[in-house]
Write a protein that binds this ligand. Sequence first.
Ligand code: ADP
Ligand code: MG
Length: 352
Amino acid sequence: MASVTLSGITKSFGDTQVIKGVDIAIGDGEFAVFVGPSGCGKSTLLRMIAGLDAPTAGEIRIGETVVNDLPPKQREVSMVFQTYALYPHMTVRQNMGFGLMIAGTAADAIAARVAGAARMLGLDALLDRLPRQLSGGQRQRVAMGRAMVRDPKVFLFDEPLSNLDAKLRVQMRTEIRALHQRLGTTSIYVTHDQVEAMTMADRIVVLRDGRVEQVGTPVALYDQPGNAFVATFIGSPAMNLLPARLQDGQAVLAGGSRLALPAPAAAHDGREVLLGLRPEHLRVQAGGGLRAEVKVVEFSGADTLLACEAAGHAVQVLVHDRTAVAPGDAVELAIDPARMHLFDAGTQQRLP
Ligand code: ADP
Ligand code: MG
């Protein structure tokens, strides 16, 4: 096990800089998730940690060791890919043991480690099968087993569940977390899926366009998003953002709707803001302050999503109880001021 520290990392491909100065410190034994939209540089960061790509500038440390000049094998990291990357002509047993064999590990030691990993992953009965005789989930487990037998200091996962169907993805999420709890190995897990990030991470690193937007626990990112991007990226359904002007302790919206503000907002009187309202915090309530028209009602069992229009914008409201609200209804929406998020309309940064 080891910490992983990235300092001042940049990466250019030709003239294009894709990583634009990244500093991240991951603690020993931590399960960190890098999340961000496709193309933001997640895989590039992971490949640099693994040693498959070199940074243009900056330092990568694993534990106390600067690894910039170490080849992948000497970094003691194991990477699990989205595509599994199994050898099609080798059995599960051979796939899992291959890396150790190449490294010159004795046959009986390989057999013992493969058996141990197979037991932990529930692959015992499948050791003599070929990859094509396995389901997607089983193949992904073999890919993890192959990473585990090397007993690395750090696991690197690059969207390992993206090729699985939704149900299996949820199940494997839990398995990977349980495995981390047993092994305690430092893990960096890359995904574009914020729900995966929220459910799996000790700490999340939100990336956008080659830069770190915010680092924090899932709860911290949900409760205190540092800017409008993180606010709308973390949480499902996404936070509503509405332009408003702060005036006399109220937020004044297009069309004249007014919402009471949390007390500290008084310091920002007169400011143009983006008002952040999570769908699950809005309530349909007479006199609620935010006038809205219901456009679509989506019942999904446990809750109902109301797609509304308010202050000239689309606003989603998540209702947990059955609702008599119907498309075309004029309603008012309320929110507890303490649950409001305020962002500067210009800089998009959170207001304290
Ligand atoms: P992510 O994994 O977040 O989807 P990547 O790290 O794969 O993003 O890519 C980040 C950016 O770098 C993208 O714009 C991608 O096109 C570019 N990129 C990645 N690898 C290369 C490469 N080998 N050559 C040129 N551009 C690349
Ligand atoms: Mg990627």
